[in-house]
Design a protein. Structure first.
Length: 299
């Protein structure tokens, strides 16, 4: 896939996010609604973006909708508040999801698109007196690159698995090309199949027991009560990883960039896999990064 096509899909993924996710995905100080539309406009006609049949028609409809919303007469549509509340933007989100669904489902009709489960973000989930929303229990990393996000876990996960939901506890639900959804525990270094397709996964997100076990609302509430809050794109992470002898106590948690957390956890588990229980690990060394790798890569 050409980079322009990847950027086009990324622009659609941002347009498909819930309003709060859209706002969190862009830096402060810019007109965020305008940036969302510009990204789409820049790539929907770019060389290398090949669209066929129904998808092409849907993209043209979305393009026309954004054009009708533009101009000085519609300036009120381009504020953060309008992005949250105006029905025109809800229509944009719905159309972007429809386009992503059409693209994703051509080979696999049961596949879910990027972060599609967050459409349920307003639904309350409860666990033993703890009431939160799915949005409270998930994180949307800034500039999420689906192709690279799980690259440090492909020694364990299917190599075609891509993230569809990331929890604030740093765990990941990923879907492979067959439509199967896997749950990756970055804490224990294990994964399990939780749903045979995207539709079943959506159903599980309405199951209180499933949410309690996999998204851990009680622990999230405990960490918040201790004053540990998260910025956009962050998740909770153990300061001293359990695999290296750390304890699963509130004092051992910190806020961490979600992409960094997932990458470091994958590298740590890969290097310690197969070691007998109780093996003493004296040192974990992160070598200074070269330009070709982010600073958190372990060499």
């Amino acid at each position: 896939m050409k980079w322009t096509m990847k950027e086009f899909i990324a622009s659609l993924e941002r347009l498909a996010l819930p309003a709060e996710g859209q706002l969190a995905s862009l830096p402060d100080g810019c007109c965020k609604a305008d940036e969302l539309a510009l990204d789409f406009d820049n790539f929907c006609r770019a060389e290398g973006v090949v669209l066929q049949g129904e998808v092409n028609g849907l993209v043209e409809e979305l393009d026309h909708l954004l054009a009708r919303m533009s101009g000085t007469a519609n300036a009120e549509l381009w504020t953060d508040e309008a992005l949250r509340l105006r029905p025109e933007w809800e229509q944009v989100r719905s159309m972007a999801r429809q386009i992503l669904k059409s693209i994703n489902e051509q080979p696999q009709p049961t596949s879910v698109g990027i972060l599609a489960p967050l459409e349920t973000h307003r639904r309350n989930v409860g666990a033993r007196g703890c009431t939160m929303t799915i949005n409270d229990l998930t994180v949307i990393p800034k500039g999420l690159d689906r192709e690279a996000f799980l690259q440090d876990w492909y020694w364990l996960l299917p190599k075609d698995a891509k993230p569809v939901l990331i929890t604030v506890m740093g765990d990941v639900f990923a879907q492979d090309s067959t439509g199967t959804v896997h749950y990756l525990s970055t804490c224990s270094g294990d994964y399990e199949v939780v749903a045979e397709n995207g539709q079943r996964f959506q159903e599980l997100l309405k199951d209180t027991d499933f949410v309690s076990e996999h998204l851990q609302p009680e622990r999230v509430q405990e960490l918040r009560a201790a004053g540990l809050t998260l910025k956009p794109g962050q998740c909770y992470s153990h300061k001293h990883p359990l695999v290296l002898g750390g304890e699963d106590v509130v004092e051992n948690y910190e806020a961490c960039d979600a992409a960094v957390h997932v990458s470091l956890a994958g590298q740590t588990h890969e290097q310690t896999k197969g070691l007998p229980a109780g093996t003493r690990i004296n040192e974990v060394r992160i070598v200074g990064a070269e330009k070709s790798k982010p600073w958190w890569k372990i060499w």
